[in-house]
Ligand binder design. Structure first.
Ligand code: ZN
Length: 211
């Protein structure tokens, strides 16, 4: 196992804690965590202070929208508050970053629901653990007529779409899925806006034999 900090710094608890904190970030391994911590303390203490303050402020002030789960400052986000959007369309995405990817296409004018996760059976996250009651409540909004499943084309995203398709159909709503313009295994967050726009435009309605 890689040690958090070299032996020379053993006992410097704040340094060990800082390295551990960086290690919790996605894609940051032990070496990178140590490099980031050392960089901030060695070269850029001002940035370190600003980073700490920004983190505290964001955690304290950013909440989840009561209607769609997106990040927001108040109880309801600016998208859900925008009455010029089409209330018949509800696009279901995995994360706020995916919502941003759809918004970047500047072609979608419906509303959203952010799952804040996805089914990942291999990691022990079963579809049933998604917050279905909250989404179900949102779908109970009489004006929703079509649900666009914009979960990613990864195994987890597909498993989530399968689960949701079944549940949403039982509510008698039309369900569609993004077209395959998004590459297999692709994540919306990392796909260029024009491809996402095309996939949204070419979305296909899901029939009984899909999935
Ligand atoms: Zn919202």
């Amino acid at each position: 196992m890689t040690r958090s900090v070299p032996d020379a710094f053993e006992g410097l608890d704040p340094l060990v804690d800082l390295v551990q904190a960086f290690k919790r970030l996605p894609g940051v391994g032990p070496k990178s965590a140590q490099r980031l911590a050392f960089h901030l303390l060695q070269n850029d203490r001002q940035a370190a202070t600003a980073l700490g303050q920004s983190l505290l402020k964001a955690v304290a002030e950013i909440q989840h929208c009561a209607r769609c789960n997106n990040f927001c400052h108040s109880q309801v986000c600016s998208i859900c508050s925008d009455t010029r959007r089409n209330p018949g369309l509800l696009c279901v995405v995995e994360t706020p970053a995916d919502l941003a990817a759809i918004e970047n296409t500047q072609t979608y004018r419906g509303y959203y629901y952010v799952l804040m996760g996805r089914a990942s059976p291999l990691d022990g996250v079963h579809p049933e653990s998604l917050d279905w009651p909250k989404l179900s409540e949102r779908l109970g909004d009489e004006s929703v007529s079509e649900v666009i499943l914009a979960t990613n084309f990864t195994n987890e995203g597909e498993a989530t779409a399968v689960f949701l398709t079944d549940r949403i159909r039982r509510l008698g709503l039309k369900v569609s899925r993004l077209a395959r313009g998004v590459p297999l295994g692709g994540e919306l967050e990392y796909t260029d806006p024009s491809t996402v726009a095309r996939a949204l435009l070419d979305r296909r309605q899901l029939g009984n034999n899909d999935f």
